[in-house]
Design a protein around this ligand. Structure first.
Ligand code: TYD
Ligand code: MG
Length: 458
């Protein structure tokens, strides 16, 4: 008898090798290869092509366009991240650190859909039925037709799915599920990929939307990330810290909506509640008249949000200056500090610089640049930025301030939040733009970092 065929798969990226390797040649991870048995090869005839009964390809024009109604989750911030509700037959991955609120959010969604649309199957490999029930009592699930299945065997989940014909399936978590077809351990990349693929087929074939919960490894990526991200339609991540009461859910990939769209929630005694005005929440604890604080108008997904950028510049105690960025790219910060030093004459070389976006949000759009410059300069000169001033704009290496997208929407948001002055790229100010018509905000267009600082720290 032939020995069973084994392969070694990298648990970080899914790369395979016939031999064990100490370091993955694809992603560079150390000691990440695990032995996996491949399923028995099917008999030779099984691989032969069989023409489908319904004929081959369909003419594009003959395909009926289906704009299937989306299913609302009952939580409007969650609908927003999904791109306007759940698309029937879609497979959604929800990732995040342990204890951040994945199970809570999905149980709330399950309860709403069970009440409003039809039965829901909640398969939990992590908690017993009693544990889910006691949480559900707090969340007010009531007598909605919600079916709990404490099961880790994928085939059992698929069986129940076919039997119950639910309106929604939740698998909590994909790392605890194993398929009988694979011999490797649950949570290994082979199992995770196999389970996700089979659930994808089931979701598409039965047109049942399916949510998968995914754990995030300590490096911050979903375990088996690359293997899963291209299988599913939508990838959502919980951001922020467990210590805060609010939570941010962000779309990292979405076939049915805008990426980097975010939903803001607050964790309460009765589950996650949507935060209707995120700008107000992010600015709530902003100190008045304190140096090193600037307000940024950023666009996250499709929505403008005001965020406080905080900076602290202090004399370095060690031989080399330390630079720390929380919520934005570290390299971007170094680049901006170099621009400030060279183009605006701020001697920051010997100082430690810490920059933080308040409220645990992270922003990676270029409009954050000018707000970072403003906050750092304000702390460096120890002069507060005037109250009621909001800032946005991209900064180039020559110290020039470049235009950003959707300037008028940013100004509107600032105005709504009671800001009276916007320091923004000069190229964005177009008197003919109807977006700016009738704004009560004073718009100050700047062309360079130096010019911006003259207005900010005047
Ligand atoms: P949970 O959804 O279990 O996290 P995950 O599934 O991502 O691991 O979240 C658990 C945390 O949320 C836990 O610390 C308790 C808290 N929590 C509340 O504050 N209020 C609630 O109503 C619920 C259900 C949980
Ligand atoms: Mg959980």
């Amino acid at each position: 008898m032939k020995p069973p065929k084994t392969v070694f798969a990298c648990q970080e990226c899914g790369s395979q090798s016939p031999k064990w390797l100490g370091r993955c040649p694809d992603c560079g991870a150390w000691n990440s290869f695990v032995e996996e048995r491949t399923p028995e090869a099917p008999p030779a005839s099984a691989g032969r092509y069989v023409a489908p009964a319904g004929g081959g390809a369909t003419l594009y024009a003959d395909i009926a366009s289906s704009s299937a109604a989306r299913i609302t989750t009952g939580i409007d911030e969650f609908d927003r991240v999904l791109g306007g509700g759940i698309v029937p037959g879609s497979l959604v991955l929800l990732g995040g650190e342990p204890g951040i609120g994945k199970s809570t959010l999905l149980l709330q969604t399950a309860a709403h859909i069970a009440r409003a649309t039809g039965p829901v199957l909640y398969s939990s490999g992590e908690e017993s039925e009693h544990q889910v029930k006691s949480r559900g009592e707090r969340l007010g699930v009531g007598d909605a037709p919600l079916y709990l299945l404490a099961e880790t065997c994928l085939e059992r989940v698929l069986e129940e799915m076919a039997r119950l014909r639910p309106a929604l399936v939740i698998v909590d978590s994909i790392q605890t599920v194993f398929s009988l077809k694979m011999q490797s351990a649950p949570g290994s990349i082979g199992q995770v990929r196999e389970a996700a693929t089979q659930l994808l087929f089931a979701a598409k074939a039965q047109n049942v939307p399916t949510f998968l919960v995914g754990h995030v490894t300590k490096e911050g990526s979903l375990a088996g990330p690359k293997a899963l991200e291209h299988i599913v339609d939508t990838v959502l991540y919980f951001e922020g810290e467990r210590q805060h009461s609010h939570r941010i859910v962000r779309a990292a990939k979405n076939r049915f909506g805008a990426v980097s769209e975010l939903g803001v929630f607050e964790m309460t005694a009765t589950g996650l509640k949507p935060v209707p005005n995120p700008s107000a929440m992010f600015l709530a604890e902003r100190p008045a008249d304190s140096p090193g604080s600037a307000v940024l108008c950023c666009i996250e997904g499709t929505r403008p949000i005001l965020v406080e950028v905080q900076a602290l510049v202090s004399t370095s105690a060690y031989g080399y200056a330390k630079r720390t960025a929380v919520g934005l790219d570290q390299t971007r910060l170094s680049l901006l500090l170099a621009v400030m030093e060279k183009r605006a004459g701020l001697a920051l070389g010997g100082d430690d610089v810490y920059v933080n976006l308040a409220g645990g949000i992270s922003v990676d759009e270029p409009a954050v640049d000018l707000a970072v410059v403003a906050a750092v300069a304000s702390s460096f000169r120890n002069r507060p930025i005037a109250q009621g001033t909001a800032v946005f704009g991209e900064v180039g290496l020559a110290g020039e301030v470049r235009a950003t997208a959707q300037a008028a929407r940013r100004v509107r948001e600032a105005e709504q939040m009671g800001f009276s002055r916007c320091i923004m790229p000069a190229a964005n100010i177009d008197p003919k733009d109807p977006g700016f018509a009738g704004t009560a905000c004073e718009l100050i267009g700047v062309k360079s970092v130096q010019e911006a600082l003259e207005h900010l720290l005047a």
